[in-house]
Design a binder for this molecule. Structure first.
Ligand code: FAD
Length: 342
């Protein structure tokens, strides 16, 4: 067996969160490596569907140091533009990303941390986890799911509306993924969009820019919560589908062999159900205690072991930390907190 490699700090994941961490580790002059399971740069963005649009213009979607360039002809860039930006970011800051390398387990001892991967093991003094959630799709338990004979897929597996041309498709979910996918299918398929509560669009003039400002103000002074204002950013393709008649109906109660059914006896046959029902943090095996299923943190730092930080997982690890513009702030704080421990 080959000897373990060493780095003062290991970052697990080279999506936007891992790259923001790399930027601040580089600036702090620390010895680090980034391990990424994907074969190519771009994190989750390389797997999104063709028509996905950012919530914010390019100028409000930048990682630290390097502004995202405009995308020609698009106020709200698409996923391919973000992949190109992240690819360039890695190169520009010469970030030491090793891929494809999947971290399988993280074990702590008094002298350091052992990180076991599918390509050998590493020793480090600290670990920043930035693994995102893309590879852990969440499916709700709805009666009859196993009985449905049509196709079921999750946001994770959706690529293009052309795959569903002419089909009867039920899209489940009232957040941004469900809305953008329902909008994408609206002109191509016979789409029925169901949501747990009536679809709540943010006002059309509120996009990711305003959301970031609201999240920041809330941290500083306790302003309104974003979720009080609405769930869905009305990006241009969503607005167009809404104008063309896209509306949501209440969530069904169960699946049948041929479709879905509501408690009042209404049924709807369909070919496909697309579950846009979210994701969960995708963490490798880690010997930290969980409380109510979640590892307790103070900011990004594990309350049990200050050598372990979690970056980019949203409210759990810092307001706006699951966004391109917001993750830099939490990455900087995490590196500042780690430096004295190394
Ligand atoms: P990821 O991008 O998922 O990267 C994690 C990386 O870690 C991956 O490369 C993965 O392979 C790797 N990894 C995972 N497990 C391991 C392991 N065990 N070992 C090694 N590597 C591992 N965000 C914005 O900022 N602005 C927007 O406008 C925006 N719009 C969105 C619109 C939609 C419809 C959706 C669905 C999302 C949107 N997002 C937006 C959210 C954003 O895409 C994600 O929050 C973001 O990609 C998360 O970044 P991350 O770096 O935390 O994780």
């Amino acid at each position: 067996m080959s000897a373990a490699r060493h780095a003062q700090v290991l970052v697990v994941g080279a999506g936007q969160a891992g790259l923001a961490a790399g930027y601040h580790l580089r600036r702090a002059g620390l010895d680090f490596a980034v391990l990424d399971a994907n074969p190519a740069p771009g994190g989750a963005w390389q797997h999104y569907w063709d028509t996905l649009r950012l919530f914010s213009p390019a100028g409000y979607s930048s990682l630290p140091g390097r502004p995202m360039p405009q995308q020609a002809g698009q106020e709200y860039p698409d996923a391919a533009h973000v992949v190109a930006y992240l690819t360039d970011y890695e190169k520009r800051y010469d970030l030491p990303v090793h891929r494809p390398v999947r971290v399988e387990a993280i074990a702590r001892d008094a002298d350091g941390i052992t990180v076991t991967t599918d390509d050998g093991s590493w020793r480090s003094r600290a670990v920043l986890l930035a693994t995102g959630n893309w590879d852990r799709p969440h499916l709700p338990s709805v009666p009859g799911r196993a009985d449905f004979t049509g196709r079921q897929l999750h946001t994770h597996d959706y690529r293009t509306a052309a795959d569903f041309a002419g089909q009867r498709v039920v899209v489940v979910g009232g957040a941004n993924s469900g809305t953008q996918i329902a909008a994408d299918l609206h002109a191509t398929a016979e789409v029925r969009w169901v949501t747990q509560r009536p679809a709540r669009y943010l006002p059309d003039d509120i996009d990711g820019r305003a959301l970031f400002e609201i999240a920041t103000r809330r941290v500083q002074a306790g302003g309104p919560r974003i979720s009080d204002l609405g769930d869905i950013v009305a990006v241009p393709p969503v607005r167009a589908a809404r104008t063309a008649g896209l509306t949501s109906r209440p969530m069904f109660d169960r699946l049948t062999p041929t479709g879905v059914a509501w408690a009042d006896g209404t049924t709807l046959d369909c070919d496909t159900v697309i579950w846009c029902t979210g994701f969960r943090p995708d963490l490798p095996a880690l010997d930290l205690t969980r409380t109510d299923g979640r590892i307790p943190t103070e900011g990004t730092r594990s309350t049990e072991d200050p050598r372990i930080h979690f970056l980019g997982y949203g409210d759990w690890t810092g307001p706006a930390s699951a966004t391109l513009i917001g993750v830099g702030r939490t990455a900087r704080t995490a590196v500042e907190q780690l430096k004295p421990l190394l």
